[in-house]
Design a protein around this ligand. Structure first.
Ligand SMILES: O=C(O)c1ccccc1NCC(=O)[C@H](O)[C@H](O)COP(=O)(O)O
Length: 199
């Protein structure tokens, strides 16, 4: 089994959190971006995050929200990481660093290396995050970034192993591919994804 980093995103229920942790997830994502079928509020996320053991990273997921709002959600929910899907720059990452937060930069651009904006982890994702649509990570002109980067976008138990082998990703992130319907996770698919991802 590989030591691939696996993040399961968009969790909304205690039982799904427990399943992901028991199956060996390294990180759990809670969506704070408005308008998603996976959006949770800070109080709900705090209850879910409290179930997660120390060694598993809890991450708040944001899209285009002001830094002050990101900070407030992070503080109120107690998540230890933030994942930004907007147009944030290095100064925004620096402003969110306080408190030892783990910073994830999500982008659909082909970035050369992790850390250019001060992020700890780089997430290469589809242009429409959380849509379950894959992008062209398998194409000949794709060059993997240096450092700790996660592949995301349209992954599922059936394609994740090949995706890791083709791209050499340090980790993977999934949401739609472990759902039985949009916004509703499947315990079986969560377990199958983590097992398949690590080979
Ligand atoms: O999940 C959402 O609805 C969402 C909304 C706004 C910003 C980010 C969002 N999700 C982030 C993710 O879950 C990741 O991008 C995910 O790994 C990739 O999504 P998917 O293709 O659904 O696996």
């Amino acid at each position: 089994m590989s030591d691939l980093f696996v993040k399961i995103c968009g969790l909304k229920t205690a039982s799904d959190v427990d399943v992901a942790v028991a199956a060996g997830a390294d990180a759990i994502g809670f969506v704070f971006a408005p308008g998603s079928p996976r959006t949770v509020d800070a109080a709900g996320a705090r209850e879910l995050a409290a179930r997660v053991p120390e060694g598993v990273l809890t991450v708040g997921v944001f899209r285009g929200q002001p830094v002050a709002e990101v900070r407030r959600f992070a503080e109120e929910s107690g998540v230890r990481g933030v994942q930004l899907h907007g147009e944030e720059g290095p100064e925004d990452f620096a402003a969110l660093r306080a408190g030892g937060r783990t910073l994830l930069r999500a982008t659909a651009e082909h970035v050369k290396r992790c850390g250019e904006y001060g992020e700890d982890l780089l997430l290469l994702d589809a242009p429409d995050p959380g849509s379950g649509k894959p992008w062209n990570w398998g194409s000949a002109d794709f060059t993997a970034p240096e450092g700790r980067w996660l592949l995301a976008g349209g992954l599922n138990p059936g394609n994740v192993r090949e995706a890791v082998e083709v791209t050499g990703a340090w980790g993977v992130d999934v949401s739609s591919g472990v759902e039985r319907e949009r916004g509703v996770k499947s315990p079986e698919l969560i377990r199958a994804f983590i097992e398949a991802a690590r080979g």
